[in-house]
Each structure stands twice: as structure tokens, then as C-alpha cells.
Design a protein around this ligand. Structure first.
Ligand SMILES: Nc1ncnc2c1ncn2[C@@H]1O[C@H](COP(=O)(O)OP(=O)(O)O)[C@@H](O)[C@H]1O
Ligand SMILES: [Mg+2]
Length: 424
């Protein structure tokens, strides 16, 4: 197995990137992978503290000072079998502004690590340094907390990464990137559609890049299930505006035991009970990655990104676009048919334009794909479009569906309307 890179980012500081990186790295190692966690947060390196390592002797600082040639020689053992750690360089003032040559050296060395999986904490911000590291990843995990600034940050972070991927597609297709300059308020998806018409070869490369973008979302610091609405909105936005599908691979609640683990400097996963819901979620995320994108053949480490910063464009997420419809609880036995087969589950709630379906995990469900919804006791069916897919406790999938047509649609929406009326 060629080394695969999981980059953990998402913009805003304090949302739990380092916490997720540490515990996910542990879960991946427990799952049998040889893992190196790399603290590439050049502004605020603290991954080692989460592992209880007080005064690390070998840090990235030595690498930048050329006291070490490879990252491998800086990797230190952790208390977890199969998991090593490259400590970040908090001590170097100005480390957040490494030179272009240093960054290339760092990227080359990340790609050369001897491991199955490298988990990279890329730190906060959307600077070129951060995006460059995100760029070489096979899996791009965005950690978000359920607040508007966090979701907006994650969106611009994702946008920066998408624009980088597009730039690579231009280079590969031999097309002048100047052509990709967008009109002020044009959606990225509209730009892409326009370019694909002008340059089919470029369009094909862009389509490939976006479908292999492998962005995933970890919702962290949730306090109640409704917090997920904002995160689901982020899924819809990245799909509709940026053209990439970013499923929610993990939902971690705000827990005293997690905050306590940081203070105690002992990773949460090492102290948690086996059946702790958050611990299980971390292990499930690791399994999902190991069995999914990390196991895909032919996804060897990527080439270094082309030089130059992204054209970030003028477009930013308009908070009004995040508005979700109010929903009402339901408990209707239902089936969902997608191109990958039929799953039995239930409709858990309805809104004025869609339903939330909960079913067993096992069959992949593609965001933006179409689906047919049938409800027990009703004839006919509703056609739907998959708006987001999210992992839930107990190995289940939650699927957000927008109803688009079919005889049952009216029935479902009437039922939902009755509920609105009942709810007053
Ligand atoms: N799920 C959670 N439950 C409780 N506290 C959390 C959780 N996630 C993060 N925290 C708290 O937030 C702090 C910041 O997390 P950290 O991973 O350092 O953020 P980042 O790396 O994104 O800046 C942690 O020290 C911890 O106290
Ligand atoms: Mg951090």
C-alpha cells in the first residue's frame, strides 16, 4: 500500500482540528495501519501536547533549520502501537511564514514518509501554506463546529482548495488559467460549466478532479442534533456552489470527557470506554476511511501542486444561502432506491421540500444522485435528489432528500403540511 495522506483542516482555530487529528490517528493505528501524525500547524503547534509530550526534543524546527534531512528521522514514538508523531515547530517565531523552498521541502518529505497513512494537522487559516499541504492529501477532512463563522470558514477553505485543484486541471490540460477567471458573482459550478463547453478536454479534467476531490466533513462540538442542520447546509453549499461532494464522516458531540482529556494530556480515545459513543465514532471514521478512500487502488500520492496562489475570486458564502426549512419529526417506514440498490429504513422528518431518511449503512449513496422514496402503506413513489449524506450513531446513514416529483410527493408534503398546521 502506497502511503496515503489524510489532511485535517477547515479554517477556523479552536474547532477541534488537532483533537480530531490526534484521535483519528490513534483509531487508524488501532485499525491496523502504520500511521505518522504530522503537526504541520505552523502557527500554533500543539499536537504533541494532546499526546502528553512535554518538551519534545525533535521538532519540525530542526527540519527547517536543516538539522534534520528527513521528516522520518524526526518521528517519535507515541504510547500507541503503530503511531508515530512529528512534532510541530512552535518555538520558531515566524514559522508560519516559511519560504517557498522550505514548503516544497516539507511537502516532498511528507510524501516520502514511511507509513501507510500520514495524518496531517494543517492548522488554521486559508493561507497558501495551509492550502498547499491540503492539496497533496488523498483525503481532505474539514473539521467544523456548528457556528456560522466556522461553517463560513470551512466553506472558504474548501473553495480555496477547489480553486487549487482547478488550477492543476488547467496546467494538465495545457489551457491558460487566465481563461478561468470568473465573473464577479458567478458560481464556481457555473464557471466550470462554461469552461467545459469551451474546452471539453479541460472540462473532463475538471470533472475528474472534482469527483476525486475527497473532501469530508467532521462535525465537532455538537450540543444537540439540530446543530447538524448548519453542517448539512455546508454539504449542500459545497455541492451547489463548488461542485464537490463533501459527506459528513463523523459527528462528535461536545463532551466534558473530551475537554478533560486535553487538560490531562492523554488522548481521549486511550481513556474512553469501548462503547463510548464518541470513541466509537472516531473508530468508525477510521474504518470508513481505511475501507474506503484509503483502500482505493491507483490513488498514489499526488504530485506537488503547481506554484502560485489561487485566484480566490470574489464569491463568498452568503449566510442567507444556509437557511434550512423548518422540519417536523416523522416515523414512517420507507424504502430508498438509488443506483446502488434499495435500502429499508425510515423517514425521520419532513420539511416543506424534502425528507430526512435514516437507514443502514453499507450501500454507498452519492450526493447529487437521484433516488426513489416509497412510504409503507402508500402507493406510488416520490422522486428525490440526494442533498447530503451523513454518518449517524449505530452504523446508520442519514440522507437528506429534496423531493423533486412523483405521485407520492404531494402525499408526503401534504402530510408534512398537516404537521405544520398541527404544530400551529
Ligand atoms: N468534542 C469536544 N468536546 C469537548 N471539548 C472539545 C471538543 N472538541 C474540541 N474541544 C475543546 O476545544 C479545544 C480546541 O481544540 P483543538 O483541537 O486544539 O482546536 P484546533 O486545532 O482546531 O485549533 C480543545 O482543547 C478542547 O478543549
Ligand atoms: Mg490545532
Amino acid at each position: 500500500m502506497r502511503m496515503r495522506i489524510v489532511a485535517v483542516g477547515g479554517g477556523k482555530g479552536g474547532v477541534g482540528k488537532s483533537l480530531v487529528a490526534a484521535n483519528l490517528a490513534i483509531a487508524l493505528a488501532e485499525g491496523g495501519a502504520r500511521v505518522v501524525a504530522v503537526d504541520a500547524d505552523l502557527g500554533c503547534a500543539n499536537l504533541h501536547a494532546l499526546f502528553g509530550i512535554e518538551r519534545p526534543r525533535h521538532t519540525l524546527g530542526a527540519f527547517f533549520a536543516r538539522e534534520a534531512d528527513t521528516l522520518g528521522e524526526l518521528a517519535i514514538a507515541t504510547s500507541v502501537a503503530g503511531l508515530e508523531l512529528v512534532v510541530g515547530s512552535g518555538a520558531i517565531v515566524g514559522a508560519a511564514n516559511i519560504s517557498w523552498a522550505q514548503k516544497q521541502r516539507l511537502l516532498r518529505q511528507i510524501l516520502a514518509l514511511d507509513a501507510d497513512v500520514a495524518v496531517i494537522d494543517v492548522g488554521a487559516g486559508t493561507s497558501y501554506n495551509v492550502l498547499d499541504i491540503f492539496d497533496v492529501a488523498n483525503v481532505r477532512l474539514m473539521v467544523v463546529s456548528p457556528t456560522l463563522p466556522s461553517v463560513q470558514n470551512a466553506f472558504s477553505f474548501c473553495k480555496g482548495a477547489v480553486v487549487r485543484a482547478l488550477r492543476q486541471a488547467f496546467v494538465d490540460a495545457g489551457v491558460d488559467p487566465a481563461l478561468g477567471e470568473r465573473r464577479e458573482t458567478e458560481r464556481l459550478t457555473a464557471t466550470i460549466a462554461r469552461l467545459s463547453l469551451q474546452h471539453p478536454a479541460l472540462g473532463a479534467r475538471i470533472a475528474h478532479a472534482l469527483s476525486h476531490f475527497n473532501a469530508m466533513i467532521v462535525a465537532n462540538q455538537l450540543t444537540r442534533v439540530e446543530d447538524l442542520d448548519l453542517v448539512h447546509a455546508l454539504c449542500r453549499m459545497t455541492h451547489d456552489f463548488l461542485g464537490v461532494s463533501a459527506n459528513i464522516v463523523g459527528q462528535i458531540y461536545q463532551r466534558p470527557a473530551i475537554a478533560q482529556s486535553v487538560i490531562a494530556r492523554r488522548p481521549f480515545l486511550l481513556g474512553a470506554e469501548r462503547d463510548d459513543p464518541e470513541a466509537r465514532m472516531f473508530r468508525r471514521m477510521a474504518r470508513t476511511l481505511l475501507d474506503g478512500v484509503l483502500a482505493e487502488p491507483g490513488r498514489a500520492s499526488k504530485a506537488l501542486p503547481p506554484a502560485g496562489g489561487p485566484d480566490m475570486g470574489a464569491f463568498d458564502l452568503d449566510p442567507s444561502a444556509l437557511r434550512a426549512h423548518p422540519r417536523h419529526a416523522a416515523d414512517w417506514a420507507a424504502t430508498l432506491e438509488t443506483e446502488n440498490g434499495i435500502v429499508e429504513g425510515m423517514i425521520a422528518d419532513v420539511s416543506e421540500n424534502g425528507v430526512r431518511f435514516i437507514g443502514p449503512c453499507g450501500r454507498p449513496i452519492a450526493v447529487s444522485g437521484t433516488a426513489i422514496v416509497c412510504v409503507a402503506g402508500f402507493s406510488g413513489a416520490a422522486e428525490a435528489s440526494v442533498r447530503w449524506v451523513s454518518a449517524a450513531e449505530g452504523g446508520r446513514l442519514v440522507v437528506g432528500l429534496e423531493l423533486t416529483g412523483g405521485s407520492l410527493t404531494g402525499e408526503i408534503l401534504t402530510k408534512s403540511a398537516l404537521r405544520y398546521a398541527a404544530a400551529g
